[in-house]
Design a protein around this ligand. Sequence first.
Ligand code: NAD
Ligand code: UDP
Length: 343
Amino acid sequence: MTVLVTGGAGYLGSHTCIELLNADFNVVVLDNLSNSNIESLNRVSKITNKSLHFIEGDIRDRDILQKIFTENDIKIVIHFAGLKAVGESCEVPLNYFDNNVYGSIVLFQEMEKAGIKKMVFSSSATVYGEPEKLPLTEDMQLSATNPYGRSKLMIEDICRDLEVSDSIIKNNCPWAITLLRYFNPVGAHESGLIGEDPNGIPNNLMPFISQVAVGKIKQLKVFGGDYDTVDGTGVRDYIHVVDLARGHVKAVQALENNLKGVTAINLGTGNGKSVLQLVKAFEQQNNKQIPYEIVGRRAGDVAACFASAERAQSILGWKAELDVNAMVKDTWRWQSNNPDGYC
Ligand code: NAD
Ligand code: UDP
């Protein structure tokens, strides 16, 4: 069975390509390399000893999509392609709506024309906005606090409207879409060959810690030490990228086995870890000191956010297996072997 992976050269996409190839899927990747390096896919082939079909191009390019759907027997699309930096989305919101929302509309239109209506979409825990209570369950109220989050919520809404349209115009090929809401993906493949390669100074905690460890940044600023949490620092649900990638294989298999309609599913561990717990785990597992200072809270941050992982278990038969020690060790193996990323 052939799967199209948009954004497959990126951090989450490249790890997912490995798990798809290992599970014997044929993989076609469409990526414009705007935030990735083709070397990630060379390494995917090296790790799996299998090849995939890479097409450099943009999801907004109808000609490329039509060519891909004509030349390959694609049954399911995993749609990772998108811009993902919250801060940048506040500076250039139109770029985010153009790339993420318009890009998704073009993709869905071309999928529909080609009769391909099964998809796994990269959503995010950001669609829960300010958590009303924890753990976050998929049926909770949704909202967005920035243009990036709004772009994810808009795409989710478009998918739900497609389901409604199927119920009005009864057709024998309805959409089947799984909206995977990721919590905080971290870590790297255990080979140390692929991992997260952010442009410039990282925004997220784990790549920031690993760049402090490798000596590129002097110290970590911990945003807030006065939250109502275990040690006053922010709590998040960190999930190993390999677990997350395996969740995608399970989601594809569920669609293959006729999971119907639009289904939102959290991909998280169900457990929160504080910033300082993550720092301590990194220091202990990797024998590295991470100098840090506690500074003021970051605007827009919530105290704590973690998933209910029950629906993933009941619908996909998936749960996270890798613990925080694996997350920090694999991150460091990737970072120390590749201090400058894929360059
Ligand atoms: P990434 O930037 O590493 O990967 C995204 C890939 O999409 C990149 O390779 C980029 O070149 C490609 N791309 C972007 N716009 C494109 C376009 N118009 N046409 C073709 N290719 C395009 O990001 P990631 O961390 O792998 O995230 C993948 C998806 O998961 C994104 O949609 C992101 O919003 C979502 N997500 C990520 C996280 C996270 O923490 N990494 C959390 C929640 C959701
Ligand atoms: N964080 C921090 N210093 C940093 C980056 C992040 O203290 O340089 C904290 C942040 O306040 C939050 C946690 O680490 O409590 C995770 O932040 P990240 O940006 O990785 O994920 P998100 O907040 O988007 O869930």
